[in-house]
Ligand binder design. Structure first.
Ligand SMILES: Cc1cc2nc3c(=O)[nH]c(=O)nc-3n(C[C@H](O)[C@H](O)[C@H](O)COP(=O)(O)OP(=O)(O)OC[C@H]3O[C@@H](n4cnc5c(N)ncnc54)[C@H](O)[C@@H]3O)c2cc1C
Length: 422
């Protein structure tokens, strides 16, 4: 089979790797990426345990390379500033995660793809209809992994039933020279309302720092008309306490209007003949749940399972058409509740001003429970977590839980677990 993945983001590259591995090197797999190698935008993205399990299950060699490049953060902290310049951290216990520079992730996946025989071509845009473009016309399967603005999806938006809706808030994806130890949400009051950031560390690049505010605060502070460099300097001053005096770093190629509104993409089908949508082309989830890359890679695993079977529970479909239909049905069913939950999370951040009037520990609880998945006992635990000895015990238990999970997926050995050499 000849497969062409349009787009060299995480989803296109990972599907390509799995197609080569699962076909035993028989399938002819190409990734065409319009940008040059290393031209990706953005700082670090977050990864969770489920996707690491998925990577170790499907390609342990590649998974080790991804894991080696990822950074573990062992805590989440909420800082709520007050007008007198003080700010008291509230701790969210039992939480940890992984982050990896987006450029580094793509480098690792590209290297692995080439190792297993994928033809990865940079500076190669698919310019036309996949049925007409010489790059894709003779492919048995075209994977539209071409991102949130997917030109392939846009060309047949009616067929795919594409719905795009916008969040209210404005945000910019900055970096910062502050090496955060914990995943940090920092909220600062201003004369025009609250402004906040979501920041997390990365091993091999600067911390990611997404600044967000309501449209009222955005216009009230003059951010809608301000020169982007001047706005960045102003935000550094506003966040001086939370950034500990560090600078913000502009997103690569920051134009005259770096402020965005989140775009939620949904499609009623992800398939058209031999073309399937994958990753951000198929669906987006608000950045507050930090799952875009995870879900994009989960699509790749889902499509590979449908095409080739997973060797254990999921049999390969009888033919290509059946495989694409199975992928479309299964992954859309999985994504629907996740997109609904991400929308609730986005809406929580859109109605923040009145919530910030309450006690900080209660506010932090509301943030923690914004998807409605925490029980009443968790609230008592959350209160207890503000006491340092309790927090230390929780941190040790969380670390043990993380290591057990790493052991169960084969990332570490029992000897490493017992000696703590991980
Ligand atoms: C502010 C912000 C924060 C985020 N934070 C996180 C996070 O913490 N964790 C997380 O997991 N995700 C995060 N994401 C989302 C994440 O970046 C995406 O969900 C993920 O990259 C999707 O992968 P993809 O492969 O589907 O698409 P992309 O990574 O967008 O890749 C698509 C590729 O297709 C290429 N392309 C497009 N058109 C063509 C064409 N015609 N021909 C050839 N190539 C083409 C593009 O150049 C691009 O390289 C964040 C996103 C934003 C905006």
């Amino acid at each position: 089979m000849k497969i062409v993945c349009v787009g060299g983001g995480p989803s296109g590259l990972y599907l390509a790797i799995l197609a080569r591995l699962r076909s035993g090197g028989r399938d002819d797999v190409t990734v065409v990426e319009r940008n040059g190698f290393g031209a990706t935008q953005g700082f670090a993205v977050t990864l969770g345990e489920d996707i690491l399990d998925g990577l170790f299950r499907t390609d342990p060699v590649g998974a080790r390379a991804v894991r080696a490049a990822a950074h573990v953060w062992g805590e989440q902290v909420i800082e709520i500033g007050s007008r007198d310049g003080s700010g008291r951290p509230v701790h969210l216990g039992g939480r940890y995660g992984y982050s990896i520079g987006r450029a580094r992730l793509l480098e690792v996946l590209t290297e692995r793809a080439r190792q297993v025989g994928v033809d990865v071509r940079f500076d190669t845009p698919v310019a036309g209809d996949p049925a007409q473009d010489p790059l894709t016309a003779d492919a048995d399967l075209v994977v539209a992994a071409d991102g949130i603005n997917s030109p392939i999806r846009a060309r047949h938006a009616d067929h795919f039933g594409t719905e795009i809706s916008h969040g209210r808030n404005r945000y910019v994806w900055f970096g910062t020279s502050r090496a955060f130890a914990a995943f940090t949400f920092a909220f600062e009051p201003t004369e025009a309302g609250w402004i906040w950031f979501h920041a997390y560390p990365a091993a091999d690049c600067v911390s990611t720092c997404i600044v967000e505010c309501s449209p009222e605060t955005w216009t009230g502070l003059g951010l809608d008309t301000m020169d982007p460099d001047e706005a960045m300097r102003m935000l550094e001053r506003r966040f001086a306490r939370a950034l500990d005096g560090h600078s913000l770093i502009a997103p690569p190629g920051m134009g005259s209007s770096p402020w965005l509104r989140f775009r939620e993409v949904r499609n009623s089908t992800w398939r058209r003949d031999n073309v399937v949508l994958m990753g951000d082309a198929a669906h987006t989830t608000h950045f507050a749940i930090g799952s875009g890359t995870v879900l994009a890679v989960a699509d790749s695993i889902g499509l590979a399972d449908a095409l080739y079977g997973d060797g254990a529970h999921v049999p390969a479909a009888a033919d290509l058409s059946g495989a694409l239909a199975a992928y479309d049905a299964r992954r859309r069913a999985v994504m629907k509740p996740i997109q609904d939950m991400a929308r609730r999370s986005m809406e929580w951040f859109e109605n923040i001003d009145e919530r910030l009037d309450q006690d900080p520990v209660r506010f932090a609880w509301s943030l923690l429970d914004r998807r409605g998945d925490q029980g009443p006992l968790h609230y008592q635990l959350h209160r207890a977590t503000q006491i340092e000895p309790v927090r230390r015990v929780r941190a040790r238990l969380t670390s043990a839980r993380r290591h057990r999970r790493a052991l169960s997926r084969g990332e570490i050995t029992r000897a490493q677990l017992l000696t703590g050499s991980t």
